[in-house]
Design a protein around this ligand. Sequence first.
Ligand SMILES: [Fe+2]
Length: 161
Amino acid sequence: MYTEYVDLPAVPENLIETADTVLSKDLRSKRGSYETRHVSPELLDYLRSIFNADIIAQYQFFDINVPIHIDTTRVRVYNYILDTGGDNVSTGFYENGQLVHSVVFQPRKWHYVDTLISHGIHGIHPTRRRMSIGVQAVRIGDEMSQTIPGIRTLPTFDSLN
Ligand SMILES: [Fe+2]
């Protein structure tokens, strides 16, 4: 599978900070137009409770379209979109350079993306910014990953339950 919605509860709105608040925090990472910022300890606790795992989480922002790529730091991400960044923003998946799947993700519904499959994001409005919460079980290269067999295929949603 490239992506699927997953049956996890909606994040309580009182745990979600505004974009302005989050963007005033220190950067966690930045690559091109892709920036991440830390979630609050309260939100991290909540996310760890619904995933029932010692996950990593961050706010993610894109303000321009994302060219086709594979991720270098994670095998799968669980996203919870807070602002789509446009009315028809699609995520495309590619094999051998050909588009094989395209989806317009709905906000405030959990989905995962298998990030070792080529993917890109298209249709972000020029004056808007896409904002999401991203959750991953491990980062490639972290000590944690050494303890999980089959890191190239794990973690799956099932493995987190
Ligand atoms: Fe990606």
